[in-house]
Write a protein that binds this ligand. Structure first.
Ligand SMILES: Cc1cc2nc3c(=O)[nH]c(=O)nc-3n(C[C@H](O)[C@H](O)[C@H](O)COP(=O)(O)OP(=O)(O)OC[C@H]3O[C@@H](n4cnc5c(N)ncnc54)[C@H](O)[C@@H]3O)c2cc1C
Length: 379
């Protein structure tokens, strides 16, 4: 797998070694024409009971509860982590300490590395495996395995799109240069600063907050949410669908009251995950997690209809080509200053969003703004 000039990995075939078996093409999910098949689903909104887990999870911590079940049963978990040099890669966890690194969404394409091969090895040895990732990564795994394993639990997310590792690298270098201590952790959706509703990028050195920027000012969040740095296939994603081959689909629940008046025991302001269980195995597993999760059952039709990103691809930003052309020549600072300068209006928007968060009116104001200005960002 080699990066292209935009920093996205693509497979390269060594023609001298190729036997022409076409196995790689046969298992490529992007080439599959299998139609979406309807099946029974269970829908629910959940929140992790453990406040520390909840704080570090993007939404309600459903992933941690599912993964925790697998670890307690002697299994291993695969998911996206950030390496010491801030690369987003898939890794394997066999302990709760390692699992913690997988928590939280990283809005960058994760390098799957040899995770499929490692997962297959565990499955063949009879060890339970939880594999989490974007819908395309899960379809890739299932096609690679070729056979179904009852001891495999797959968890995909509703994925808006994945950002370029090259642009992320430019951002992390710029951010690191602006602070004196080594950044040990980035959080793409930090709840600690302004709560769950407002997308906030934070950088930490240990527990010390080094940087914090909201959706209106942070250049990486602005680039990601303006669809300028996504993988080309994300603009016409064939894995965006409601009926999936995974066991679970997870996504953000920003509007719990819309589904249920009686979501007892859940504090929506701390984050809630929407869950679609796609089969009986997943439904049975979720019912075993009542010690970890507070849950309320929701009609899957209503739940799925609440997510535009589940079925609709992002639209191409008309400046994307120029952006990547400049990315080849500019430093992160030059690039972000050119395309996402922080002007007075951005600071004012940031101030209003933060104030709205503090007063608890963020959700209400965002809803009104969306009605008045259709292009207003939902994040
Ligand atoms: C790139 C991306 C785009 C997303 N877009 C949307 C969206 O448009 N709308 C929406 O409602 N929700 C979106 N989500 C999902 C959402 O952010 C939460 O991941 C989801 O609600 C589950 O949260 P949680 O609290 O249960 O678990 P968390 O602890 O937040 O779960 C993290 C899980 O996500 C996986 N993950 C994290 N980063 C990556 C990555 N780069 N590649 C592959 N897997 C990753 C981890 O392996 C783990 O399984 C997106 C997530 C990602 C990673």
């Amino acid at each position: 797998m080699l990066p292209d000039p935009e920093g996205f990995l693509y497979p390269q075939t060594d023609i001298k070694l190729c036997t022409g078996c076409e196995e790689c093409e046969k298992v490529c999910p992007a080439r599959s024409n299998a139609p979406e098949k309807k099946h029974a689903q269970i829908g629910c909104a959940v929140q992790h009971i453990n406040r520390t887990v909840l704080k570090r999870s993007t939404s309600g911590g459903a992933f941690s509860a599912i993964a925790g079940y697998v670890l307690r049963n002697g299994g291993v978990v695969f998911g996206a982590v950030m390496s010491d040099n801030y690369k987003v890669v898939h890794a394997c966890a066999d302990s709760f300490t390692d699992l913690a690194r997988m928590r939280g969404s990283k809005y960058v394409q994760s390098d799957i590395d040899d995770s499929y091969i490692a997962a297959e090895r565990y499955l063949k040895a009879g060890r339970m495996v939880c594999f989490s990732g974007t819908p395309c990564q899960i379809e890739g795994l299932l096609a690679f395995l070729g056979v179904s394993y009852p001891i495999l639990i797959t968890v995909d997310i509703v994925c808006r799109a994945v950002g370029s590792p090259k642009i992320w690298d430019k951002y992390t270098k710029m951010r690191q240069e602006s602070v004196s201590s080594k950044i040990t952790r980035f959080s793409f959706r930090d709840k600690t600063a302004f709560g769950y509703q407002m997308s906030t990028m934070s950088a930490y050195c240990g527990e010390e907050l080094m940087y914090c920027g909201g959706i209106a000012t942070d250049p990486y969040l602005r680039a990601f949410f303006s669809n300028i740095c996504d993988r080309p296939s994300c603009y016409d994603c064939r894995f965006k669908k409601r009926y999936r081959n995974s066991d679970f689909t997870l996504w953000d629940c920003f509007d719990l009251n819309r589904f249920s008046e009686e979501a007892e025991g859940m504090d929506a302001a701390l984050g809630v995950t929407c869950v679609l269980a796609h089969n009986e195995k997943a439904a049975a597993l979720i019912s075993k997690l009542s010690d970890e999760l507070t849950a309320c059952v929701i009609d899957p039709e209503t739940l799925a209809a609440s997510s535009r990103e589940m079925t609709r691809s992002v639209s191409l930003n008309h400046n994307r080509e120029n952006f990547f052309k400049d990315a080849g020549e500019m430093t992160g600072e030059q690039l972000f200053n050119k395309y996402f300068p922080v002007k007075l209006k951005n600071r004012a928007e940031d101030f209003i969003r933060r104030a709205a968060c503090k007063t608890g009116l963020y959700h209400f104001i965002r809803k009104c703004a969306k009605r008045i200005i259709p292009s207003f960002k939902r994040y």
